[in-house]
Design a protein around this ligand. Structure first.
Ligand code: SF4
Length: 327
């Protein structure tokens, strides 16, 4: 990634799906100030830079997952101290959704540690989605791989977003997950898109990947047939017992670069500053917002890993003169 940056041959802010890998690499290689200035300009042209969308994430079925995602404390393959639980009751989930709404969240995301949902479980999740919608919130679920009929079933009860991440570059993917392929992921995304559900799809920084892999991950996202409406960019939370718990982490500036390139290549998507904020300074988060992040998870936990508490987040948004976005 030391190649000198070429002058842009495209106009910033154009909605494109034909990005080349080289173009994305060249954006990563820009001088830092130029990169975030250009990303911020695109951000400002498409969004109110003072607003941030607030989502809350709840683990509705924790642990015991048969997949082997190397970053995940919920995989049954790794001894991380996470206990496998059953699917939560619908009423308990809706009580949490109401509390999240009262705390200012406009979207409620529900995650289940499954390879793919069974039909009986999907029925319960459909009731949860209907309940969240009845509260006046947007709904999002992440349940693993979906078939086309399962995606349609979720669409029929009004699901707004489905999260399914690509995680990393196609080349590095095999180092991180062996139990499902990149193509499996693309197939699920296609079923979700085909059902007319908004796509939430991003990846993770800090799993031992090279800079080229971060460019490869953004390239895979920005060349999807339609850009994901929501692009979560996560900084790995290193959890003891997982295979990627001890590697050297990229610094915050590299993370900001990833946010900025996501903003430049997917100008109309919500870019979510996702997991990893707990270990990030306020200054690094401020740079992420400047570079184009406009969505965060709010609440003390992200599935099973810690997240900044709401009071700290409110104080940070106040300090930065930012405010929650209405639906
Ligand atoms: S990331 Fe999801 S699919 Fe992978 S092990 Fe964790 S819960 Fe399972």
């Amino acid at each position: 990634m030391n190649a000198p940056a070429k002058d842009a041959e495209f106009k910033d802010g154009e909605l494109r799906h034909d990005w080349t890998r080289e173009e994305v690499q060249n954006l990563f290689a820009l001088p830092f100030s130029e990169l975030i200035y250009r990303a911020h300009s695109v951000h400002r042209a498409n969004f109110n830079p003072r607003e941030v969308q607030i989502s809350t994430l709840l683990s509705i079925k924790t642990g015991g997952c048969p997949e082997d995602c190397a970053y995940c404390p919920q995989s049954a393959e790794y001894d991380t101290g996470v206990k496998a639980g059953k699917l939560m009751d619908v009423d308990a989930v809706l009580a949490d959704a109401k509390a999240a709404k009262d705390a200012g969240a406009t979207r409620f995301c529900m995650g289940a540690a499954w390879r793919s949902p069974k039909d009986k479980d999907l029925d319960a999740v459909c009731q949860m989605v209907e309940g969240v919608k009845a509260l006046g919130m947007e709904s999002c679920v992440t349940l693993g791989m979906l078939t086309a009929p399962q995606a349609q079933k979720l669409k029929d009860v009004g699901l707004d977003y489905y999260n399914h991440n690509l995680d990393t570059s196609p080349e590095y993917y095999g180092q991180i997950i062996t139990t499902r392929t990149y193509q499996d992921r693309l197939d699920t995304l296609s079923h979700v898109r085909g059902a007319g559900i908004n796509v939430c799809c991003g990846g993770i920084v800090g799993m031992g990947e090279e800079a080229e892999d971060r460019a490869g991950m953004i390239h895979a996202l920005c060349t999807l047939p339609a850009h994901p409406e929501s692009v979560p960019i996560n900084m790995l939370v290193q959890v003891e017992g997982t295979p990627v718990s001890k590697g050297q982490m990229p610094d915050a500036l590299e993370f900001v670069r990833t946010i900025a390139v996501a903003r430049l290549t997917m100008p109309k998507s919500m870019v979510r500053l996702s997991a990893g904020r707990e270990d990030m300074s306020d200054e690094a988060q401020a740079l992420c917002f400047f570079a184009g992040a406009n969505s965060i998870f709010y609440g003390p936990k992200l599935l099973t890993t810690p997240n900044p508490n709401e009071h700290h987040d409110r104080a940070l948004l106040d300090k930065l003169g930012m405010r929650p976005m209405a639906i």
